[in-house]
Ligand binder design. Structure first.
Ligand SMILES: C[S@@+](CC[C@H](N)C(=O)[O-])C[C@H]1O[C@@H](n2cnc3c(N)ncnc32)[C@H](O)[C@@H]1O
Length: 242
């Protein structure tokens, strides 16, 4: 997600957009956005943001096979479900987890419309979600940075994938060399989805390095979008060994 990193007096912009939303505020915001979420997400194409391409790349990076189980954290309206379902086939399972009832209601309509019997929804805070015993892939797109306890989610995913499989995160980040005005612009255009300047301190792609033995990161859109792929449980961090 977007971030800022400068000292000094807070401007009006910082005062208004600095503080991360609470979970209750996130639910309120996405209840308002849910019905139009898919349409508004597509508007970013107008600025050259190739959302579908990034989604496909992220799903391909999971390396899923027919029959696998994949969990998507912060699944929203289910924009990735078609790609995930194609990867695991009819014999596999897709589990979408999200905090906001209204986003899951949209996802439910998509599932019913498509007749997908192997796509399940769970309404849960990602921080409290317990992964299934057997899971071969975990995906999160444009969502994990909104979760204050994102490190716990990464760790839980790494535990769940200890027998093999990958965690893939697709999200925004602040390129180091961006001037403040561009950072502010980035926050401004992603604000409708709950982005705030404070999210600067949340760096899921770095946390992944603590919990996975191999992490690769690919950048897109001028370095402001990353796809991080983690695999192999870092043994030193395994629960019960600490
Ligand atoms: C920008 S939307 C992304 C939705 C979807 N992943 C996509 O790529 O279109 C962010 C989603 O994260 C969900 N979310 C935010 N905080 C969450 C939390 N603590 N636990 C689970 N979901 C959360 C929101 O409800 C929302 O559906």
């Amino acid at each position: 997600m977007w971030a800022y990193g400068h000292a000094g007096t807070l401007s009006l912009f910082e005062k208004r957009y600095a503080v991360a939303l609470t979970k209750a505020q996130i639910i309120d915001l996405y209840r308002v956005r849910a019905a139009w979420y898919d349409f508004s997400a597509n508007l970013y194409y107008l600025i050259g943001f190739r959302e579908a391409r990034y989604r496909k790349e992220a799903v391909a990076a999971l390396g899923l096979k027919t029959g696998d189980t994949v969990v998507e954290i912060g699944c929203g309206t289910g924009l990735n479900f078609g790609y995930l379902r194609a990867a695991v086939g009819g014999a596999g399972k897709v589990v979408g987890v999200d905090l906001t009832d209204a986003m899951l209601a949209q996802a439910g309509q998509r599932i019913a419309r498509e007749g997908w019997s192997n796509v399940m929804l769970v309404q849960r805070d990602a921080a409290a979600y317990e992964f299934p015993a057997e899971v071969q892939g975990v995906l999160s797109t444009f969502a994990l940075t909104l979760v204050p306890e994102y490190e716990r989610v990464v760790e839980n995913a790494a535990d769940a994938l200890a027998m093999g499989g990958r965690l893939v995160i697709l999200d925004f980040r602040q390129p180091e060399n961006w001037p403040l005005w561009l950072v502010r612009l980035g926050v401004f255009v992603t604000r409708p989805f709950g982005v705030s300047l404070d999210l600067t301190d949340r760096k899921p792609w770095l946390v992944m390095q603590k919990h996975f033995s191999r992490v690769t990161t690919t950048l897109h859109f001028g370095g402001s979008v990353y796809i991080a792929v983690g695999e192999g449980r870092e043994p030193g961090n395994k629960r019960g060994r600490r």
